[in-house]
Design a protein around this ligand. Sequence first.
Ligand SMILES: Cc1cc2nc3c(=O)[nH]c(=O)nc-3n(C[C@H](O)[C@H](O)[C@H](O)COP(=O)(O)OP(=O)(O)OC[C@H]3O[C@@H](n4cnc5c(N)ncnc54)[C@H](O)[C@@H]3O)c2cc1C
Length: 428
Amino acid sequence: MGKATSSGTAPISPDFRVAIIGAGIAGINLAIGLQARNVPFTLYERAPEFREIGAGIGFSPNSERAMALLDPEILASFKRIANPNGEDYFQWNDGHVTDELIFKLFVGKDGFQGCRRSDVLEEWAKLVDPSSIQFNKQIDTLSDPASAGDPVEMRFTDGTSATASVVIGCDGIRSRVRQLLLPADAPAAHPHYTAKYCFRALVPMAAAVAAVGTYKAGTRFMFLGPRAHIITYPIGGNTVLNVLAVLSDDAPWPDTAKHTAPGSKSEVVRAFAGWHPTVTKIADLLPDEMDKWAIFDMAEHPVPTYVRGRVGLAGDAAHATGPHLGAGGGLGIEDAAVLAPLLEAVARGGGGGVERALGAYNEVRYQRTQDIVQWTRQACDYFHWTDPEVGSDFEKFGKAITPKFHAIWEYDINVSVEKALAQYKASV
Ligand SMILES: Cc1cc2nc3c(=O)[nH]c(=O)nc-3n(C[C@H](O)[C@H](O)[C@H](O)COP(=O)(O)OP(=O)(O)OC[C@H]3O[C@@H](n4cnc5c(N)ncnc54)[C@H](O)[C@@H]3O)c2cc1C
């Protein structure tokens, strides 16, 4: 599936070192991609170990192609723990009144399979040389990324420091690296609440089957309705049903410094009261106590660029987006798939020209990722029947959603890598 993109066989510059900040989906994929290209790096993670919440995630076909390009083992590890699709379709039902199919979209053979987040992170973590990882390292400050010639100096909150030829901030939606690249009062320094929050739970499959039947529990469904939707899909070898319930809410999020707030099943049950019994039965499956998660993004205040000097941003740090198109994680993997060969080219070219390589990265990644941040907002309006054009018209829904998913899934990562490498090499 992947295509080897060679940057030649010149030796890697011995002084060249990449610092990756954050060992989430973007950071770990970049680490594995650099390792596969023999580019020296250190992965700094603030947590004491690799960790992810237990909820589910699915990876789109474009994400899979980017994984394969970084290192075929990334894709193979994901596929080892990915849950088979009951059907290779996204299926949207009218969850409010009829529970009938509104629209379905083919995801490709074995496409967009789901898994537990913690399972895939664990598999990927096994691929990284442990000596390249430093845990308990929370980035605090950076030296001026634009100062010529010198390595970038990083200071961590434990008082230690380190240097690197280039720093890639993969530190997520509340990225410290992003803050350090922007003026302190820049609105893009922080993500913003989208007036949606969600509940995430893993329900034992036996209970799910008892409630909605084998067919409904065995494949991916999205139940749509006024100002809310529920997504369900099986993971963990069909042992659990991943449930994501998303609610529109115009009230401000109580504490914008925090992503979660204590919640309860009764809130979900209340929100879906009067909906079709399939949906109310799913709500009934949830645990009594559960956090609610605010959905933040950067749609209203995008960063003007993902790079400054010898520092770049990737993944949610660059373009945090809501979950509604299932695209955010995949975009971080695509970022990594462009960065890894570019940084290899720098390393094999004597270590100079980092700024130009990052410039080429920004050039090929900015519009693609920004478009998807905006489309994701729109998609949730379609799901909640609040889009002024689409409303609850199911025919319009299919016409509106299809081109967005196709544009996400059909992206040719090889073209972007070749374009970025050509731009970088032309500038050297
Ligand atoms: C409900 C929900 C469902 C989703 N479903 C999907 C889906 O199906 N498919 C999909 O592709 N995407 C999905 N997404 C989006 C996806 O989860 C994110 O885009 C993805 O997790 C972002 O990865 P990341 O590596 O950029 O950031 P993160 O996963 O947030 O990782 C950032 C890492 O950086 C570390 N860190 C933070 N600050 C510092 C610091 N100062 N110093 C050092 N380390 C630091 C953190 O500890 C963390 O390990 C979903 C999102 C949500 C909320």
